[in-house]
Design a protein around this ligand. Structure first.
Ligand SMILES: Cc1ncc(COP(=O)(O)O)c(C=O)c1O
Length: 374
């Protein structure tokens, strides 16, 4: 298999651990291990204390799968397959589903593996482009024109990276209807689910609404535990899940034993975990609102509806975001992610607002803006 470089990951490989402030990270400030263990109930604490470091059950620890299933109405532990992060789930699912001659439609700009792996299978991939002028909303008319009898898979990431887009309920229902009409699988990448700024906006999960609906989840984003590398696919299509499990025998075979128990503790304690994440994100959003209010003629900003990232645009004529971001990191040690890393033009950049150093990072960005954009 030949696959193009993952531009964003290569960019992070260069910068992530070399800068003072990551103002473009997509995850929430990592949960401290001590705080996590303090959330353990008696059963999970005993599992942690008595842990031995052998191989684990390849589908995922039974209690963990049970806990993940409880995130979805009507799903059971056997409707869940555990992976080493969401990334592995995408890799296995797309490889199992697609082959040359198949067609997939994927939202874009977006997380590159959602379309790059599909391309690497030899399938034909159509990008469903989101536009700032439409507040990054899904365009159901466009989507209807993009699907065809060969369409095997539709991939939508919502809440969306990098724009913070979240469809309203009517649009979501329309999306599900299109997938159903064409007989395609619908992969909903829901790794930012539970970070809706208004809880009433939370959508049903893909796995809940469609037999061929697949929900992708992970501990990395809303649950603030990227270092666990625990993700999952959830679907009521158990034969599909069985094929993914067989494919996983060639990737990781099974998940990390300590991570499974820690993820179990995190999910059982999810009320506290998610409250903390939402608190960080909300406080940071207020700071971003103030910043963009103060710079209306230098930056354009479609306020996200959910998640921990947004996709503003630098609007100063003659100033390109790649150069400006390079100057910012050199002068202030603050990292942005230019839209070019998504292959997306137009002077956009990803802002992450899940980290607790955002106030200082934003002050430094503002100092650089004052020095270069006035
Ligand atoms: C939309 C989306 N899907 C999947 C992933 C992969 O998550 P993980 O790195 O935890 O495997 C990411 C990570 O940035 C993401 O933003």
């Amino acid at each position: 298999m030949r696959i193009a470089d993952f531009a964003l990951e290569r960019y992070f490989a260069r910068w992530e651990f070399a800068v003072e402030h990551l103002l473009c990270a997509s995850d929430v400030q990592a949960y401290p291990m001590g705080d996590l263990l303090a959330l353990a109930d008696d059963e999970s604490r005993a599992l942690w204390d008595g842990l031995t470091l052998g191989y684990t059950e390849s589908t995922g620890h039974q209690l963990l799968r049970h806990e993940i299933a409880s995130l979805y109405a009507g799903l059971e532990a056997d409707d869940v397959l555990v992976f080493a992060g969401a990334e592995e789930g995408i890799f296995c699912l797309v490889n199992v589903l697609l082959e040359p001659g198949d067609h997939a439609v994927v939202t874009w700009p977006g997380y590159q593996s959602l379309y790059e792996i599909a391309r690497a299978t030899g399938a034909d991939v159509t990008l469903h482009e989101l536009r700032e002028a439409a507040d990054w909303r899904l365009d159901l008319d466009l989507l209807r024109s993009q699907v065809a009898p060969a369409t095997k898979l539709i991939v939508v990431n919502a809440p969306h990276n990098p724009t913070g887009m979240l469809p309203d309920r009517a649009t979501f229902d329309g999306l599900v209807a299109i997938a159903e009409d064409v007989g395609a699988y619908l992969l909903m990448d829901e790794v930012y689910r539970f970070l809706e700024f208004d809880a009433a906006d939370r959508l049903p999960a893909g796995a809940e609404v469609l037999d061929r609906g697949v929900s992708l989840g992970v501990m990395s984003k809303s649950f603030a535990m990227a270092g666990l590398r625990i993700g999952w696919l959830a679907t009521r299509d158990r034969s599909l899940l069985a094929r993914c499990a067989a494919f996983k025998d060639y990737t990781t075979i099974c998940a990390s034993a300590p991570s499974e128990i820690l993820a179990l503790i995190g999910l059982r304690g999810r009320e506290a975990v998610l409250d903390r994440s939402r608190g960080i994100v909300e406080a940071n959003l207020a700071r971003l609102d103030a910043f963009f209010d103060a710079w209306p003629d230098r930056f354009a900003w479609v306020r996200p509806r959910a998640g921990s990232v947004g996709f503003p645009r630098l609007t100063v004529p003659g100033v390109g975001i790649d150069d400006w971001a390079a100057g910012l990191v050199e002068a202030e040690g603050v990292l942005l992610l230019p839209g070019s890393q998504f292959g997306f033009g137009g002077n956009h950049f990803r802002l992450g607002f899940g980290r607790t150093d955002l106030r200082e990072a934003l002050e430094r960005l503002e100092a650089h803006a004052s020095a270069t954009l006035r």
